[in-house]
Design a binder for this molecule. Structure first.
Ligand code: GDP
Ligand code: MG
Length: 205
């Protein structure tokens, strides 16, 4: 029987307050949507298991508890993330304009070993609103931003109508898994430290 390894992947979801981060996670994990606006939820993260090729993967998806309004999420939130999901509301320009801040803030706080290739994904949420008539950020504009930030994958979603939510998070899991593998390779290549007794040359003093 083939050995199955379970992999835990940490994913964090960032973006302005109100863009639908909690709703997207609820739709993905619990298949539920609520119109009620709840800025705070109790848990720090939700988990979802999925299979990617031969790997059983547990996605640990971290939500902010409303602190994103103050941009003070604390280092524990960012630590050890394998993928960062950025969310904006296609009907609200400001939430698109602040993506640069979220992107840079993530890199600053998480300080990943591979900042230039660290996996991000962008979700343009609430595409259902008003049948698309109140939309202010075009798909083209969003894709241009993604290209300028190193070809970030882009999905247009609706947490309400369950549009593209599974596809987006599947892509998140795949990217996170790839990043996790790269890290393994990176660590494998670190040379063993030389035991002190066998070191030659010694100290010049
Ligand atoms: P968060 O602050 O980013 O976590 O945003 P929430 O998930 O709390 O959502 C803010 C508000 O937008 C709530 O009233 C949600 O019901 C609503 N909402 C979230 N996603 C969608 C969506 O895809 N379509 C519509 N029409 N409303 C949404
Ligand atoms: Mg929320």
């Amino acid at each position: 029987m083939a050995m199955r390894r379970r992999t835990l992947l940490k994913v964090i979801v960032l973006g302005d307050s109100g863009v639908g981060k909690t709703s997207l996670m609820n739709q993905y994990v619990h298949k539920k949507f609520s119109h009620q606006y709840k800025a705070t939820i109790g848990a720090d993260f939700v988990t979802k298991e999925l299979q990617i090729d031969d790997r059983l993967v547990t996605l640990q998806i971290w939500d902010t508890a409303g602190q994103e309004r103050f941009q003070s999420l604390g280092v524990a939130f960012y630590r050890g993330a394998d993928c960062c999901v950025l969310v904006y509301d296609v009907n609200y320009l400001k939430s698109f304009d602040t993506l640069d801040n979220w992107h840079d803030e993530f890199l600053k706080q998480a300080s990943p070993s591979n900042p230039n290739s660290f996996p991000f994904i962008l979700l343009g949420n609430k595409v259902d609103v008003d049948g698309g008539n109140s939309r202010v950020v075009s798909e083209k504009k969003a894709k241009e931003w993604c290209a300028s930030r190193g070809n970030i994958p882009y999905f247009e979603t609706s947490a309400k109508e369950d549009i593209n939510v599974d596809a987006a998070f599947y892509s998140v899991a795949k990217l996170a898994l790839e990043n996790d593998r790269d890290q393994d390779i990176y660590f494998q290549n670190i040379p063993e430290p030389v035991p002190e007794a066998s070191q030659t040359g010694g100290c010049a003093c």
